[in-house]
Design a protein around this ligand. Structure first.
Ligand code: DOR
Ligand code: ZN
Ligand code: ZN
Length: 353
């Protein structure tokens, strides 16, 4: 028996669960199974589904699918489309935030003209933040929108040193901004992308070694670790036009525990980055004492090629050594994951908001 450590239920503020429309990649049942196996008891799902979650009707459809499938708690983002700014007040009450895509991503959901961007910033009533996929020049563009509008903004998957430096300066000047980084940008670089081919392609892409080190050096300016769990099938990745995105729910905690083991961050800091700060940013319920994750921080193991709970069925980290492993997960008093086995039926958890 290894040693054991208790963490609060983890929160992943950035996952793609593909429902409605692309359930061959993932659905609420399979995605939340992967979440529990990875130590996450709450996930926030992105709106670039088919159709995208840009109207009250599709949001209600997604919430019903989540209610039927969820094995852990799920919140759902509303999406900014080309002409749905007038619908944002109706979307706000039942979503965890507004997602705006400013740069290339998977699927057509994107805002690339200034009037539409301004309309969304003016119309969003909160209380959830505006979350943005913003890369390179889009980062200072959004910082300008924050300064002009006063809206609270959460930057998704920041991947470049210079971007995080800008956000750090904005925070020091008191702008209401937060940000997340993803494990693949903390542990992989463009060199891995060359080795992994399509399995190492995502948006934002893997960056330079200097960018990766920049994320670690400036980690005290980072609010959350979020996986950007973006499942696509092996067939799709092997095709002539592979979609961008990698699954991450089942590898994030072991990777971060490995970093704790290596002395790159402390365990209290890991808990802030993977649970408590996310609850503040998104107004989620406080951690409950009957919901927690037991990990063996000393377990040494190797990520496998197969056998994942995500329907994607693969990982860009396969073959890599990790130190630290999920032993069990308790959700509101129920043992939902124990010794590698899932014990939670679809529809047994909650839809938030
Ligand atoms: O790589 C990505 N995949 N980046 C995104 O922004 C979207 C995501 C997806 O939905 O597959
Ligand atoms: Zn994104
Ligand atoms: Zn994403």
């Amino acid at each position: 028996m290894g040693s054991s450590l208790r963490l609060p239920g983890l929160v992943d503020v950035h996952v793609h669960l593909r429902e409605p429309g692309q359930t061959h990649k993932e659905d609420f049942a399979s995605g939340t199974a992967a979440a529990l196996a990875g130590g996450f008891t709450t996930v926030l799902a992105m709106p670039n589904t088919q159709p995208p979650i840009t109207t009250p009707r599709v949001l209600e459809l997604a919430r019903q699918a989540a209610q039927a499938g969820a094995r852990c708690d799920v919140g759902i983002f509303a999406g900014a489309g080309p002409d749905n700014a007038s619908l944002l007040p109706a979307l706000a009450a039942h979503s965890c935030g507004l997602k705006i895509y400013l740069d290339a991503t998977f699927g057509p959901l994107r805002v690339n003209d200034l009037p539409t961007l301004v309309a969304h910033f003016n119309a969003w009533p909160g209380p959830g933040p505006i979350a943005v996929h913003a890369e390179e020049n889009s980062v200072p563009l959004v910082l300008g929108m924050v300064a002009a509008s006063g809206q609270r903004v959460h930057f998704c998957h920041i991947s470049r040193r210079v971007e995080l430096e800008l956000i750090a300066r904005a925070k020091e000047r008191g702008l209401p901004v937060t940000c997340e980084v993803s494990p693949h940008h903390l542990f992989l670089t463009g060199e891995d992308a060359a080795r992994l081919g399509a399995y190492g392609q995502m948006r934002p892409p893997l960056q330079t070694g200097d960018d990766r080190e920049g994320l670690w050096e400036l980690l005290h300016y980072v609010d959350c670790i979020a996986t950007d769990h973006a499942p696509h099938t092996r067939e799709e990745k092997a095709s002539g036009s592979p979609p961008p995105g990698v699954p991450g729910l089942e590898t994030a905690l072991p990777l971060m525990l490995t970093a704790v083991h290596a002395g790159r961050l402390t365990l209290p800091r890991l808990i802030e980055l993977m649970s408590s700060t996310a609850r503040h940013i998104f107004g989620l319920p406080a951690a409950e004492s009957d919901t927690f994750v037991e990990v063996d921080p000393d377990a040494a193991w190797r990520f496998p090629e197969r056998g994942w709970y995500t329907r994607a069925g693969w990982s860009p980290f396969a073959g890599r050594e990790a130190r630290g492993r999920v032993v069990s997960v308790r959700l509101r008093g129920r043992d939902v994951f124990l010794d590698g086995k899932l014990n939670a039926e679809p529809g047994t958890s909650r839809v938030l908001f």
